[in-house]
Design a protein around this ligand. Structure first.
Ligand code: PBG
Length: 326
């Protein structure tokens, strides 16, 4: 069958038919809003490289989450920035640490919102790396214990889900074990499984003050050229007990998302990262792009590729602007 019997445009003529045959739809249920909470800050301060995003005190964070929840946001992922950093990143597993305080406050005042905690040491270490440092090397195995301690303290504070983003080998297993041994067997792990060493994290590192003081993250994060390796990372994390796996960044890695979708049955998340957000914001500010349409196209593309959960700094705007509603 071919033209003129087949006419692809037949299904595009009427908006009701177009909506009927649309394959990919976005929902606020699937968007996760990343937020930065800063120790020793009063109020909130704008993040220059991420227009529209802020660093919040615990009190302001609670206010913002109430607003987000009222607008229809269901989940947030928290990043903590401590007042003091040290070699080991001990602020990360401090029972009174910044993320622990934030989780407790949110669970008390905005209990309806799902609180996911990013689990990494880089915001807490003086050198800015995601693990214990010896000379120029980032040590894997000694870091696992600290990550596990951090997971336990986050779960103890009330986190609903733990999201390790450090890329140490074996960390999902270490975290699953300590959670299970302490009565947190019901807390899911969303693992940043295929996290690439990306220049798109630039604005985030400003926001989180987590730029490495020496070297870069290429000895633990993945080479951007590798997708077969991404599948091995994902397979290992699932074997270690990850409930949800993540591909990061998202937009420049749609092929990795698709491959993950085709090869595994666990839910797939994708992180539409800070640099992807900043590019859209910058072009929109110049009047070069229609922000709403571009954002919806990007999020649709990420979902079409196979991610059912999307972490995006545009989540709040999509909700408050009612971008997903007709
Ligand atoms: C921490 C972490 C990073 C991001 C999420 N968790 C930064 C990094 O690995 O350097 C990046 C998020 C973004 O760019 O929006 N390891």
């Amino acid at each position: 069958m071919k033209f003129p019997t087949v006419r692809m445009r037949r299904l595009r003529e009427n908006i009701l038919v177009r909506n009927l045959v649309r394959e990919t739809r976005l929902s606020l249920d699937e968007l996760v809003m990343p937020l930065f909470v800063v120790e020793g800050l009063s109020g909130k301060e704008p993040i220059k490289s991420m227009p529209g995003q802020f660093r919040y005190s615990v009190k302001e964070l609670v206010r913002e989450c109430k607003r987000l929840s009222d607008a229809g946001i269901k989940s947030v992922v928290l990043f903590g920035i401590p007042e003091r950093k040290d070699e080991k990143g001990s602020g990360a597993w401090d029972a009174k640490g910044i993320v622990q305080q934030a989780v407790q406050a949110l669970k008390k005042s905005v209990p309806q919102i799902l609180v996911i905690t990013d689990l990494c040491l880089c915001e807490y270490t003086s050198h800015g790396h995601c693990g214990i440092v010896s000379g120029e090397r980032i040590l894997n195995d000694p870091t696992l214990e600290l990550l596990a301690e951090t997971a336990l303290s986050q779960a103890s504070a009330g986190a609903d889900m733990i999201a390790p983003s450090d890329m140490m080998d074996g960390r999902v297993e270490a975290i699953r074990q300590i959670l299970d041994q302490n009565g947190f067997e019901h807390i899911p792990i969303m693992s940043y499984a295929a996290k690439h060493a990306s220049a798109f994290y630039g604005p985030f590192r400003d926001a989180a003050e987590s730029t490495p003081r020496f070297g870069d993250r290429r000895s633990y994060q993945m080479d951007p050229g590798n997708s077969r390796e991404a599948l091995r990372e994902i397979e290992l994390d699932i074997a270690e007990g990850a409930d949800i796996i993540m591909v990061k960044p998202a937009l420049a890695y749609l092929d990795v998302i698709l491959a993950a979708r085709q090869n595994f049955k666990v839910p797939i998340a994708a992180y539409n990262v800070s640099g992807e957000y900043a590019m859209v914001k910058a072009a929109a500010a110049k009047g070069w792009l229609d922000e709403k349409r571009v954002v919806l196209e990007i999020l649709t593309a990420i979902k079409r590729a196979g991610a059912q959960i999307i972490l995006t700094y545009h989540a709040g705007q999509a909700a408050s602007g009612r971008w997903l509603e007709k």
